[in-house]
Design a protein around this ligand. Structure first.
Ligand SMILES: CC(C)(COP(=O)(O)OP(=O)(O)OC[C@H]1O[C@@H](n2cnc3c(N)ncnc32)[C@H](O)[C@@H]1OP(=O)(O)O)[C@@H](O)C(=O)NCCC(=O)NCCS
Length: 144
């Protein structure tokens, strides 16, 4: 299993996973736009040319904001999510990121536990932040 930067060639598989997992998925054009930005980092975990998961972060000065985290449904609960996010945090730390923020659906207990294991603390709530279905966002922050 390899952790590496996401390439434009990965987008077909990435968008497939995205559409399978999210009710309001990012489009290929959305990924492309962010992938090309200077202040973003996108990574994948790959096995035998198959993308198993991906994640990304946007950075401003010494702070980061996690944009996506996803593991294909047939490979969840193997530790890939933790490996992905932990690896991205290490890359961010090497680039001088000191504080990382994210938001997660309140009902997404799996993701909230994953982030807690990686040292994120819940420090805010944004009411009705998500749509389809409408749901609160829990805000989480990690000091590096
Ligand atoms: C959230 C998500 C990225 C987690 O990915 P994942 O690869 O399943 O994460 P992990 O395997 O590291 O951890 C998930 C669970 O599997 C368990 N696990 C890890 N390795 C395991 C193994 N070898 N055997 C059994 N269980 C294992 C973990 O302990 C964890 O358990 P918990 O839910 O009781 O805390 C994934 O569920 C996903 O893509 N969800 C849909 C998209 C999403 O919600 N993204 C986050 C938006 S903020």
């Amino acid at each position: 299993m390899t952790f590496r930067e996401m390439l434009v060639e990965d987008l077909e598989q990435v968008v497939d996973i995205e559409q399978n997992l999210f009710s309001v998925p990012w489009t290929k054009e959305g990924f492309l736009t962010y992938l090309m930005k200077k202040d973003t980092m996108f990574f994948v975990v790959e096995e035998k040319e198959r993308i198993l998961g991906y994640c990304s972060m946007m950075t401003v000065l010494d702070e980061g904001d996690i944009l996506n985290v996803a593991v294909r449904s047939d490979r969840q609960k193997e530790g890939i999510g933790q490996f992905l996010v932990d690896s991205m945090l290490r890359m961010a730390e090497m680039q001088g990121i000191k504080l990382v923020h994210l938001e997660v659906r309140q009902g997404n207990e799996t993701a909230r536990r994953l982030y807690q294991r990686l040292g994120f603390k819940e420090d805010g709530l944004r009411r009705n932040y998500y749509e389809n279905p409408v749901e609160n966002a829990v805000l989480m922050t990690k000091e590096m």
